[in-house]
Design a protein around this ligand. Sequence first.
Ligand code: ACO
Length: 328
Amino acid sequence: MKRARIVGTGRSVPPKVLTNADLAKMVATSDEWIAERTGIRQRHILDPSLAASDLAADAGKKACAAAGVAAGDVDCIIVGTVTGDCPFPSTATFVQKKLGARAGGCAFDLSAACAGFLYGISIADAFIRTGQFKNVLVVGVEVLSRIVDWTDRSTCVLFGDGAGAVLMTADDSGRRGLLSTHLFADGALTEVLLQPAGGSREPISAEAIAAKRHLVHMNGREVYKHAVRNMTASAKTALDANGLTAGDVAWVIGHQANLRILEGVSDRVGIGMDRFFINVDRYGNTSSASLPTALDEAIEQGKIHDGDILLFTALGGGLAWASAAVRW
Ligand code: ACO
């Protein structure tokens, strides 16, 4: 049985660090409040001279190198992002050019906010299993610092910039690779977390900018509630679909939005926090970049071994959420 397998990972994180102490000089907040409510200690911020595709191409290059796949052999580039270089063309096409990937291969973006990476690997899986594409690069990248209201303490402390990438290809042994993906969305909850202006519904205007409607708007409590509930439910769906139990899971790679959300999921799924990989303290919430960045770090730290079962779960704007199970 042919499965899609992750054969290389990479990440790119901008060097500039913004600590909680730095934020306390900008808005009425404190390291204690942020750390206690979110687990975040610092986040990385991209230099204004660079864009999402710069981070994405750097992460993509590293994933290709780790996989031993030449950029010229990448058939398809999928970029999950809500902060791409521009509304069109896709950030993926900028990445294709920067990587030197195959002209005529396909490249496109997808918008599923913090679930973007899992939506991306699910699409890659379908392409690979049907034989349409052989080598698929899936990138999650965000430059959320560009759409955050730096005067709103309830949102600006949460987010960071970064990119993570995986190179996926076919594994004909059928033993290793992506076991399942489950994708969900509930459009009744679009208002809970959104960037209202800047699209066709509310084009950018002086009025929109004055009202800060081109920036992130969020009902934090609602997001929190749905995140715990739906990340838990989708994680359980992944386990059930594969006949797995909580005890089979080596690592949960959960969306790094907030440590308390992950603790809530840990309680409800019955997998201890010692098996949740955590890097939200150093990166903040990097939305679609969160999972591939965490995966890449976990591999770098030698935490993941051949045959390990990995359980991924994420939720974000849409609301959109998803899970995946992988045998490494
Ligand atoms: N520093 C100090 N005080 C703050 C801050 C801050 N940064 N932000 C809010 N407060 C204040 C509020 O003004 C409020 O004060 P008041 O009682 O005087 O009105 C008080 O703290 C409590 O505010 P709440 O919003 O009720 O705080 P809560 O405990 O819900 O925590 C938080 C807020 C951290 C945003 C939480 O709701 C949360 O984590 N939600 C999930 C949001 C999230 O992760 N979004 C990311 C995108 S979606 C995703 O990735 C899943």
